[in-house]
Design a protein. Structure first.
Length: 81
């Protein structure tokens, strides 16, 4: 069994309103030194078998089809250790 991580983030040119709201709230909560925040999503996909190239290709297809809106989001696929 293998675990694959899919991280989804808005593309850099897309305004991240939620990230901006978080960045503005941090100083009010006593945190300083943060210039920007970008908010994203993380998916952990557990596979029945090994994380071979065929399985990773399927996970990429999952990300493109369901997990990410590829018009406004980028994603990365990595195998968890």
């Amino acid at each position: 069994m293998a675990r694959v991580i899919v991280d989804v983030m808005l593309k850099p040119e897309i305004l991240d309103a939620q990230g901006q709201a978080i960045a503005r709230a941090l100083p009010r909560l006593g945190f300083s030194g943060v210039s920007a925040v970008r908010q994203g999503k993380r998916f952990e996909v557990e596979l029945d078998g090994p994380a071979d190239e065929a399985a990773l290709s399927d996970v990429r297809k999952m990300a493109e089809t369901l997990l990410a809106n590829t018009v406004i989001e980028d994603f990365t696929v990595t195998v968890a250790e």
